[in-house]
Design a protein around this ligand. Structure first.
Ligand code: G4F
Length: 340
């Protein structure tokens, strides 16, 4: 019997890649998108060529009765809860909305799964942000120390997922995913902002790029590898939490330098802190400056994950390294900017 999956937040980066993966595996795939009074283009689902093969439903994680009817109708074998307010910086401005979607949303779904007999497997999109400034490398055993409304809400949902597995016997797993990127990444996240910004500067469409903290270290992997990990978690005999990461850390500054290398562009940094700039060594033009408004009220300094449990238990591996990731994002954004 082909399986049925329900993906909340299917129109996001991870939702789109997961939808493609599950279709390739023969699943019937349903997904939720946000309600909107304007017709919405689902550009990522279109870009991956999957949109015509999906069953899309407008539904919000804030509305329990609507979710309950939807889950009842679809009767999924697996639910992947990817819908979220996913911007850490934004969560400081909209903490209550963030908590409703990111903490209470998964709780509503867990309650629905439990009251419907608990047969459906459940994946919760947890995050390395939950570790805050705990020393790297972080693993499943690292104590959680959330430093933003985003991370605090995700931490509640993480614990709720594991509690529902132990208390009610649900197959409910929590994937602690470190940053994962791709050409489908939203333009508000730093990797895509850099790739797109540099492509636009190269084509004379933009003067310079404004960035925040260049010293933050992140563990950046390739999103399609991570959705494979989500699926493997739900095929595992027993539910639990798993870290998905590359094990390699790079600063935002490293990312910018790697992106410039991909473009055969040589830059030199000068100045410090808010006054740091990057200069194009060929033209002498300043192409990067710091905007202190992009600093966060609280920063998470260094996130580097230890994926050994997922590698051992799930046979999970990654197919793309840091240099390849940066290069494929730059190629995509150069191509997209040239085509416009
Ligand atoms: O790209 P970011 O906004 O990603 P962040 O905050 O690490 O969160 C992402 O990964 C998490 C997993 O660890 C997810 F849970 C979350 O949903 C999201 O997908 O920022 C990365 C780093 C930060 O330290 C930030 O301060 O880049 C720094 N940064 C420097 N300049 C910037 C900028 N971030 C953004 N978004 N924009 C800047 O101009």
């Amino acid at each position: 019997m082909p399986k049925t999956a329900l993906i909340t937040g299917i129109a996001g980066q991870d939702g789109a890649y997961l939808a493609r993966l599950l279709l390739e595996k023969g699943y019937t795939v349903h997904g939720t998108t946000r309600r909107s009074s304007m017709p919405q283009g689902h550009t990522r689902l279109e870009a991956l060529g999957v949109i015509d093969h999906l069953h899309l439903h407008e539904s919000e994680l804030t509305e329990a009765s609507n979710l309950q009817r939807l889950v009842g109708r679809v009767a999924p074998d697996e639910i992947y809860n990817l819908a979220a307010q996913s911007h850490v910086a934004t969560s400081f401005d909209v903490p209550i909305y963030t908590t409703d979607i990111n903490a209470l949303g998964p709780l509503r779904l867990l309650e629905i799964v439990r009251t419907m007999g608990g047969k459906c497997r459940f994946y919760q999109a947890s995050t390395s942000e939950m570790f805050g400034n705990a020393p790297a490398p972080q693993s499943e055993e690292t104590p959680l120390n959330p430093r933003s409304p985003y991370a605090a809400a995700k931490t509640l949902a993480h614990h709720a997922t594991l509690n529902y597995a132990s208390a009610f016997g649900l197959h409910a797993s929590s994937g602690i995913l470190f940053n994962h990127e791709s050409p489908l990444r939203g333009i508000g996240f730093v990797t895509r902002k850099v790739a797109r910004g540099l492509a636009h500067i190269a084509l004379g469409r933009q003067d310079k790029l404004l960035l925040g903290n260049l010293d933050a270290v992140r563990d950046w992997g390739y999103a399609p590898d991570y959705v494979e990990g989500m699926w493997r978690m739900l095929q595992h005999d027993s539910p639990r939490s798993f870290v998905l990461a590359t094990g390699e850390g790079h600063t935002v500054r490293d990312f910018v330098e790697a992106a410039c290398r991909s473009m055969d562009w040589s830059i030199a940094w000068s100045g410090e802190g808010e006054h740091e700039i990057a200069i194009d060594t060929k033209t002498g033009r300043t192409i990067i400056t710091i905007d202190p408004q992009l600093y966060r009220p609280l920063e998470v300094n260094k996130l580097v994950g230890d994926p050994s449990l997922a590698e051992r238990e799930l046979g999970w591996t990654r197919s793309v390294d840091f240099a390849q990731l940066v290069d494929l994002m730059i190629r995509h954004d150069l191509h997209e900017a040239t085509a416009r």
